[in-house]
Design a protein around this ligand. Structure first.
Ligand SMILES: Nc1ncnc2c1ncn2[C@@H]1O[C@H](COP(=O)(O)OP(=O)(O)O)[C@@H](O)[C@H]1O
Ligand SMILES: [Mg+2]
Length: 270
């Protein structure tokens, strides 16, 4: 599996109202890699994820998977968004089964087996009959991840998946996602404004600078991730976190004269 973004730009609106949101984005994600894209609020992260998912089309450039252009949403790319997007009237198992039902490529029995398997994977095997409203945010997001995985995607696309969760639940979910990745070696692209989250989970991090959104830095991480809770406070981790924060602060205005980085105006919300 090879996911490739080549010189992709995205403009919203036309004429006088045209707004360049992403400019000349290129990146490549290989099979089994965990990649993060970090950027401030408004830098175009969600737009980029929607392009990768095929929910938007690039204005310029090409997005392809295994050499095939991405022209629309498909079961090979499983998106997970910040708001769990579960159907409130379906129980957890029915929510996981729903995406597979739609695809039509799994038999009844396969759907049942995969639903049970992936609910187990996210630790909710014994909660299958609960309705979303009976579950915490962390549980709901695990169901959303199970649903995406059950559909058999070649790449998992995560847009601020833990952004709405309390801090300590977020840390637990980060640990969960990393262990899941270790076990399954799934290919994942995580969009986040949380530098710690990106550093903890990803082997490769792209920084998206705003106005217009463009990749200003790319870095590789090489931590020992045996104990993520220890890693969070280790000197080398904190040092790399600081360098990443500095990289985000040091973005030059765009060469075409458009407005570059706006200092500290934005908070971390997406
Ligand atoms: N469908 C759209 N039409 C017009 N502008 C949009 C649309 N989607 C996003 N934008 C604009 O693109 C910019 C980047 O948005 P977004 O991708 O949501 O950023 P982020 O996820 O990094 O906060 C914002 O200024 C937003 O208003
Ligand atoms: Mg966003």
């Amino acid at each position: 599996m090879n996911f490739s973004v080549q010189s992709v730009s995205k403009t919203f609106g036309e004429g006088r109202h045209a707004r360049l949101v992403l400019k000349d984005i290129s990146l490549r994600v290989c099979s089994g890699e965990f990649t993060a894209i970090v950027g401030r609020s408004g830098s175009g992260k969600s737009t980029l994820l929607r392009l990768l998912a095929g929910l938007e089309r690039p204005s310029r450039g090409l997005i392809s998977m295994n050499g095939q252009p991405v022209t629309g949403p498909g079961p090979d790319r499983g998106p997970v968004f910040q708001n769990y997007s579960l159907y409130p009237w379906l129980n957890l198992a029915q929510n996981v089964a729903f995406g597979m039902d739609l695809q039509g490529r799994f038999s009844r029995r396969e759907i049942q087996e995969r639903t049970a398997y992936f609910l187990d994977v996210v630790g909710l095997g014994d909660r299958r009959k609960l309705l979303p409203r009976e579950c915490s945010g962390g549980m709901q997001q695990r169901v959303a991840i199970a649903r995406a995985l059950a559909a058999g995607p070649k790449v998992l696309l995560l847009d601020e998946p833990f952004g709405a969760l309390d801090l300590h639940i977020r840390a637990a979910m980060q640990n969960f996602l990393y262990r899941l990745w270790e076990r399954t070696r799934l290919t994942a692209i995580l969009i986040t404004h949380d530098l710690e989250e990106a550093l903890l989970l990803a082997q490769q991090i792209h920084v998206l600078a705003p106005n217009p959104g463009r990749i200003s830095h790319t870095l590789a991480t090489g931590f020992n991730r045996q104990d993520l809770d220890k890693l969070r406070f280790s000197p080398s981790f904190l040092q790399q976190r600081q360098s990443l924060a500095q990289a985000m602060e040091s973005v030059e205005p765009c060469a075409d004269g458009s407005q570059g980085f706006r200092s500290r105006r934005e908070d971390g919300r997406n």
